[in-house]
Design a protein around this ligand. Structure first.
Ligand SMILES: Nc1nc2c(ncn2[C@@H]2O[C@H](COP(=O)(O)OP(=O)(O)O)[C@@H](O)[C@H]2O)c(=O)[nH]1
Ligand SMILES: [Mg+2]
Length: 191
């Protein structure tokens, strides 16, 4: 499959080998209500671990991880800079600098709490008011726990209405965690 490059991509370097490697640096945000599992998803993806008693994030924190996306003639190496926000913050009081320069986002909600799905539109509005339209992937997290009635159809309706892809994930088991970041990384490059 041929990958069409988004013309706004900044190419940092290119090394010549059998298959070219093109490297990109991309900031992404992880959005969603407190306690949905944002910090846990990042820890699982970046550090391959889950800690049940992980303390709420204080302030903002960035982690980095490299994701390779394979095209026909080249490997696109994407250095994701993943920003995390304070656990207690709502979309109302997250500082603008958290969003600044972000090229995409994971929107996270919690399958045990329908209210976390209902606030996704607010997160989208806030994010877009800072950085404009950008690729987003929706994650309905905590697949290892039992689901609130009606949660799944709510997420599905929301995702369909915005034309967002959505996945169910678990930071505890690792289910779909790599897939979510991989999908987002691919969207950052291919649009
Ligand atoms: N069972 C289960 N618990 C999770 C999962 N993801 C996060 N948690 C727990 O949910 C709570 C909130 O997680 P945290 O990552 O701090 O959420 P954040 O406020 O969105 O950053 C913590 O007790 C986590 O251990 C998951 O996929 N499954
Ligand atoms: Mg957190």
């Amino acid at each position: 499959m041929e990958i069409e490059l988004n013309p706004t991509c900044e190419r940092l370097n290119m090394t010549g080998s059998k298959k070219k490697v093109e490297t990109y640096l991309k900031k992404v945000c992880i959005l969603g209500d407190p306690q949905v599992g944002k910090t846990s998803l990042i820890r699982r993806f970046v550090h391959r671990e889950f800690e049940a008693d992980y303390i709420s994030t204080i302030g903002m924190e960035a982690s980095t991880k490299t994701v390779d996306v394979q095209g026909d003639r080249s490997t696109l190496r994407i250095n994701l800079v993943i920003w995390d926000i304070a656990g207690q913050d709502s979309f109302r009081n997250v500082h603008a600098s958290y969003f600044s320069g972000a090229e995409g986002a994971l929107l996270v909600c919690d399958r045990t709490r329908t209210s976390t799905v209902e606030s996704l539109p607010h997160w989208v509005r806030r994010f877009r008011s800072e950085v404009g339209p950008r690729p987003m992937i929706v994650l309905l997290n905590k697949t290892d726990l039992s689901m609130d009635a009606g949660v799944e159809s709510k997420v599905e309706d929301f995702a369909r209405s915005r034309e967002f892809e959505w996945l169910q994930s678990s930071a505890l088991t690792g289910d779909n965690v790599d897939e979510a970041f991989q999908k987002l990384a691919r969207k950052l490059i291919t649009g």
